[in-house]
Design a protein around this ligand. Structure first.
Ligand code: COA
Ligand code: AMP
Ligand code: ZN
Length: 435
């Protein structure tokens, strides 16, 4: 058996084999979706039935599913199985009010672990490697997603979780960590602290593989991380709605991310017209899950911008390759691996009667740590009582943290001091260090 593949039967399928399997799985998925109150209604409203899906091209007959649909059916309204069959739920931030909820059966979790194990195996990780995960485990899919995938592969897995950089470094040294999952901005932070502590990653650690993802980053950032830490760094793409990590991943060629087409059908559309873009052009990624039980999603608008890369990959996998993500077609911010919509911040600010409706969110990098500052104009500046102001700032910070899961710095400023651009308020300024 060729040792390059975790799951050779599926990984090395030819294009006709992939497409045959996709049609089979799509038809089964669409039939299964008729158990979902949401999809049943959607199909009826659009006058379509599962029998109309006779070819992969017929997918276009099905309307898109959006984050708004997830919000409106919160929490369980899209599920295609009874809740008793589900064993786990994850969630990601929604635009306002409700987060998105994703349900999993045991079979879904097994398939997900297989996909993550396949990715990690693809970049050369094997039993005997020590895999450390610096993702948050609470609701973030990067925590348990990588945990189960790395265990499925057979690695010793260290669930270090997010934060506490000195402890992360101690684990890396003491446990002989060879592979680390970290978001790109946190990899820089780790290196910064290594330098402060006099740790030379090449001399003092066994690190040789980094898995980086969860936020957009450039090829230059990847190379910089590789140079700093003396590792190979592989781009990992996923999202809660599609289960989490394990959706698309780079192979050793580092020439784009193979998306597993036995799990997903890929479309790239113009985010304005929602029409397919010509092959190879940038557009919004739309994904249909074809290997999910609890909560399949049909034509889900991810809002991530990418393109399909042309040509064959020398690694022997024919699953198409996506270019690294180029950004979003909505205003979602990703800070420290956490997704945040400005409207979530606005909603909290507007609950304070002392505040006006003008605010500015600034994202910056301070000592290799990404940070958010929220400047907000007071209706009336009661500068004479600093204690009242300080308490108010503290309370706003606490409420914002509860909503967005990162801790912003809040500054109360006088009316009329925040910048305007062509009469329109500027809401978000991103000054983060980009390499
Ligand atoms: N991953 C791991 N650790 C992170 C991190 C990240 N993405 N972002 C920041 N940290 C570290 C900081 O370096 C700091 O540790 P240190 O001071 O010992 O170096 C610690 O976490 C707290 O960071 P801070 O910026 O002060 O806190 P915050 O309240 O604003 O953020 C986090 C809280 C870090 C817990 C939150 O941002 C988080 O959970 N991020 C991880 C999200 C994630 O896992 N996403 C992946 C999904 S696949
Ligand atoms: P979540 O649902 O919280 O896991 O967040 C998923 C989102 O994170 C995606 O829709 C992307 O916007 C972003 N993301 C995940 N992986 C990457 C990556 N490798 N590059 C760029 N953005 C990513
Ligand atoms: Zn490849």
């Amino acid at each position: 058996m060729d040792n390059r593949y975790f799951n050779p039967e599926f990984e090395t399928m030819t294009r006709p084999q992939i497409e045959r399997l996709q049609l089979e799985r799509l038809q089964a998925t669409v039939r299964h979706c008729m158990n979902s109150p949401f999809y049943k209604r959607r199909f009826a409203e659009n006058g379509i039935s599962p029998d109309d899906i006779k070819s992969l091209d017929d997918l276009k007959k099905i309307p898109f599913t959006t984050k708004a649909d997830l919000r409106e059916t919160y929490p369980f309204g899209i599920a295609s199985v009874p809740l008793e069959k589900c064993v786990r739920l994850h969630s990601s931030s929604g635009t306002t009010g409700n987060p998105t909820v994703i349900l999993h059966t045991q079979k879904d979790l097994d398939q997900w672990a297989n996909a993550v194990a396949r990715c990690l195996w693809m970049v050369g990780l094997r039993p005997g490697d020590v895999f450390q995960n610096s993702s948050g485990y609470g609701m973030f899919t990067g925590g348990l997603g990588f945990q189960y995938g790395a265990e499925r592969l057979g690695m010793l897995t260290v669930p270090a979780a997010a934060g506490n950089t000195l402890r992360q470094l101690k684990f890396i040294k003491d446990f002989g960590t060879t592979a680390l999952h970290a978001i790109p901005s946190y990899a820089s932070r780790l290196f910064e602290v290594m330098q402060q502590e006099g740790i030379d990653p090449r001399r003092d650690t066994k690190l040789r593989t980094l898995v980086i993802g969860a936020e957009p980053h450039s090829e230059e950032t990847r190379r910089r991380i590789e140079d700093m830490l003396g590792v190979k760094a592989y781009n990992s793409f996923g999202m809660s709605e599609m289960c989490g990590p394990g959706v698309a991943f780079e192979c050793p060629e580092q020439n784009g991310l193979h998306i597993w087409e036995d799990y997903y059908i890929v479309e790239i559309v113009d985010p304005e017209t929602l029409e397919p873009v010509p092959d190879g052009e940038l557009g919004e990624l739309v994904l249909t899950t074809i290997n999910r039980e609890a909560m399949p999603l049909l034509r889900y608008r991810t809002r991530d911008l990418t393109r399909i890369l042309p040509g064959e990959c020398p690694c022997g996998r024919h699953h198409i390759r996506l270019d690294r993500m180029q950004g979003r077609s909505d205003d979602m911010i990703i800070l420290k691996g956490v997704n945040i919509f400005p409207i979530q911040i606005e909603k909290i600010l507007m609950q304070f009667s002392e505040l006006s409706s003008d605010y500015l969110i600034t994202l910056d990098t301070l000592a290799d740590n990404d940070a958010m500052t929220v400047d907000v104009e007071m209706k009336q500046m009661a500068v004479d009582d600093f204690r009242v102001l300080a308490n108010l700032e503290k309370e706003i910070t606490r409420r914002l943290h509860d909503e967005i899961l990162v801790t912003p710095r809040v500054r109360l400023v006088s009316k009329g001091t925040l910048p305007q651009s062509e009469g329109k308020a500027v809401r978000v300024k991103d000054l983060r260090k980009k390499f």
